[in-house]
Write a protein that binds this ligand. Sequence first.
Ligand code: 3SL
Length: 235
Amino acid sequence: MKIFVYHTPELVPAEGNPDCAIAVDILRATTTIATALAAGAEGVQVFSDLDELMRVSEAHPPELRIRVGERGGRTVEGCDLGNSPFDFTPDVVKGKRIFMSTTNGTRSLQKVQNAKSVLACAMINLGSVLKYLRETKPETVWIVGSGWEGSYSLEDTTCAGAIAANLEDEADFGNDEAVAAATLYKAWKDEVEELFYQASHGKRLLKLDCAEDIAYCAKLDVVDVLPKQSSAGLL
Ligand code: 3SL
């Protein structure tokens, strides 16, 4: 297994396709996706474009769909929910299809759609992703951080590093970013929540009164789900 880390979707190589691509958007899209599936959502379809989300979801029965839209941390007008994982409770999402567009996370998922397998990873489902990688042993793995509008993000690199650091005895690191991410995670693994408060998006969410979201997003292995792309979305 050879692990490559890319800090943003923009840094993903234009050529080549990995055996497995893992999108990471700790604050908060991939955390919310894992939470929604653990709460019984039927599946999650991601869109970088809001108009496309509205158009595609129109064909789905209204009582069986949830439109999720976030821009700049806030809920998009006309959507049912924003991106706080706390809103995705079983009574709200069970049996429903989620149509989701967020500022950065859904873009990174779309960017790697052609990989042989595509996963969404957060700290809260890290163990499920590690288990999948150990069982399937993909030859090449790309871990793609979502960043913020094209820039590096500390929290996504921390999670990418958590994957890489946990596999360092079983895998090779394919680029310096993988080494750096693993080093970052090992230095902060006992204070991940603290680190997230220092991240620029952590500070943005604090201004929006989302401290509890950050604390939840920093938790390790609270759900046992593996969001994996299929023709029907992430299941
Ligand atoms: O950028 C994203 O995709 C979002 O996760 C941002 S937020 O945490 O919902 O503000």
